[in-house]
Design a protein. Structure first.
Lengths: 42, 557
């Protein structure tokens, strides 16, 4: 069930702000890899 | 050995300065302005232009739409990095201070180890504004222990973590939080209608959908399928460097690009040469058994607009995307060389550094082609070498853990130079000479290390510098100018390549740590040279004047 979160100072969130668990498009897998492998050069 | 933390030292100095100035408000104001100006002077202003003459009428009509879409990423990134931009801007009257806030997307100096430059602002939160300011790592982790079903959403690249009205942690999708993503999506849809290239049309349409749902995978696939387009846009939440707490959260950015087809054609054949180069690596056979892929896509672009994460602090000159490993496995990656931005850094920063530090007789070897080539071959060389340890204990990345990145970046630099030498020998490279790459690389070390000696790239630079010195690959005369010895440099490159690939292939965590402890340090002599560069007022990086006016395009077009 969506959880309503109040907008926080500094954020221009759309109201209502919903928390939608379980339908994440990205599980976060491989994040450690991303941290360890810089994909840009300055 | 414990080393002093530069951010802490800076913060302490700022505090002492503030205390001293309290007795005299006018003096404090002057100090503040001087400090702002000194930080601004670290950037050179560059007009971001490109040749638009080859664009079709529709492509010219698409540009304003793409630039407006990218520009919206500025607003999103401000909120991810800091919070309320307007409120912060209203607290600062001095134009120089306001300019600094814009460059840094917040009150912390990105070229100064994130030291705050506005009175009353504390240290930058590790998790920027992706998480509640009062949240600790422990609280986040405890929440997931207590609520395992939340893990996907909490660790997603595309959610913010906030507290609900009871103070409990919750996740919010970017597309729910940032209405700018939906507006950008509408603009991409409009651009898609004008697109004449089918691949670009499909990508823009899928990217628009992605910005509305935060599911980027299909659009990433379409981006890699697109081959013949002239215009391109990299847009959305992409890199995760801004989240220094966990690295879970991606920061929004936008690049609007025009592909340089002539340069891209020159680059396209290098990936094909990788298998042969792998066989020639200066290591025993056991360390070169893997076959590098040849399907990587390497292109040159002129950037006409930077926004958000990529426009904050030091600017990006080369990228390797997408980051989604599912897409990487399915289709490889695309390496983008941002030619006009590189040219600007070459002209404004590398050349002046070379004037100061490179022996007069070798100044002719400082060339843009070599700078471009070294950056490009660095990217290509990530594909060479060894990815799994020779004893079968796992991937080099897993086994070497926090030491992996510095070794890998160093390997890419060194095998890149090694490749250049081989390609000259094979007659594949005919313009210029290998000394151009060597001398330009030396000058480049001084440029790059100014972004921080403790990053992976910084450690890689220091290792190269110290190893080359040990091997006599360069000499520094009494006037502080460097001279490269071509023969010894070639030998040092081969020896360092062998050392790095062996360290990776052996997967010995302790040996890798010991190597970096010994090699990845800024020596007092080098620090003195870096101080000379700063004393000359040579900029550290660039900022852009950019947009439709700069491009000579009417904003109503």
């Amino acid at each position: 069930m969506p959880i309503v979160i109040p907008p926080q100072a500094g954020m221009t969130g759309v109201v209502p702000l919903r928390l939608r668990m379980g339908d994440s498009p990205d599980s976060g897998a491989g994040i450690t890899e991303l941290l360890l492998n810089p994909s840009k050069i300055l | 050995m414990r080393r002093s933390n530069p951010s802490f030292v800076l913060a302490t100095l700022t505090l002492l300065g503030s205390l001293c100035s309290m007795a005299n408000p006018a003096a404090a104001q002057t100090d503040l302005q001087q400090d702002y100006q000194a930080q601004l002077n670290e950037y050179s202003v560059v007009r971001l232009t490109a040749d638009l003459s080859s664009l079709t009428e529709n492509e010219r009509k698409m540009l304003p739409l793409l630039i407006r879409a990218a520009d919206l990423m500025n607003e999103v990134f401000w909120q991810q990095a800091y919070g309320d931009r307007t409120e912060l801007m209203n607290q600062v009257e001095e134009p120089a201070g306001r300019k600094l806030l814009s460059i840094n997307y917040g009150p912390w100096g990105r070229l100064k180890g994130n030291a705050p430059f506005i009175d009353g602002v504390g240290p930058k939160p590790e998790g920027a504004n992706f998480y509640p300011q009062d949240m600790t790592k422990e609280e986040f982790e405890q929440h997931l222990k207590d609520n395992p079903d939340d893990e996907d959403a909490f660790k997603s690249l595309y959610t913010l973590i906030r507290r609900d009205r009871n103070g409990d942690l919750g996740a919010i999708w970017y597309h729910d939080m940032f209405r700018q993503q939906a507006t950008a999506a509408d603009l991409l849809d409009q651009a898609a209608e004008l697109a004449e290239d089918d691949g670009l049309k499909k990508y823009l349409t899928l990217r628009a959908a992605a910005l509305r749902t935060d599911d980027y995978q299909a659009s990433d696939m379409a981006w890699l399928d697109m081959k013949d387009n002239t215009l391109d846009i990299v847009i959305g939440p992409i890199e995760n460097y801004e989240d220094a707490m966990f690295g879970y959260k991606a920061a929004n950015e936008g690049f609007v690009l025009i592909k340089d087809k002539e340069w891209s054609a020159r680059l396209s054949r290098y990936a094909q040469l990788l298998p042969g180069l792998q066989r020639d690596l200066p290591v025993p056979d056991a360390y070169k058994q893997e076959t590098p892929g040849t399907d990587s896509d390497l292109n040159a672009y002129d950037v006409i607009y930077y926004a958000g994460d990529c426009n904050a602090g030091a600017k990006t000159i080369a990228i390797n995307l997408p980051n989604d490993e599912v897409v990487q496995l399915a289709k490889g990656t695309r390496r983008l060389q941002l030619k006009n931005a590189m040219q600007a850094k070459f002209d404004r920063i590398l050349n002046p550094i070379a004037d100061l530090l490179i022996d007069e007789s070798q100044r002719e070897h400082i060339t843009f082609n070599a700078f471009f080539g070294n950056t490009m071959f660095h990217e290509v060389a990530h594909g060479l070498g060894i990815k799994n340890t020779i004893d079968g204990s796992g991937s080099v990345r897993e086994v070497l853990r926090n030491h992996f990145s510095a070794l890998e970046e160093n390997k890419a630099d060194i095998l890149g130079l090694y490749m250049v030498g081989k390609l000259y020998e094979q007659g594949e490279l005919t313009e210029g000479q290998v000394m151009d790459n060597y001398v330009t690389f030396m000058a480049g070390l001084f440029r790059s290390v100014r972004f921080g000696a403790s990053s992976a790239h910084g450690k890689a630079n220091m290792t190269s510098f110290n190893f080359f010195r040990q091997e006599g690959a360069f000499a520094r005369d009494t006037s502080g100018r460097y001279r490269v010895d071509e023969e010894k440099m070639a030998a040092a490159i081969a020896k360092l390549a062998e050392r790095l690939i062996t360290l990776q292939g052996n997967g010995d965590f302790g040996a890798a740590g010991e190597w970096l402890d010994n090699m990845a340090n800024v020596s007092p002599g080098l620090q003195a040279d870096l101080d000379r560069i700063n004393a000359q007022g040579i900029p550290v990086d660039i900022i852009f004047e950019q947009g439709l006016d700069v491009l000579g395009l009417n904003s109503n077009e």
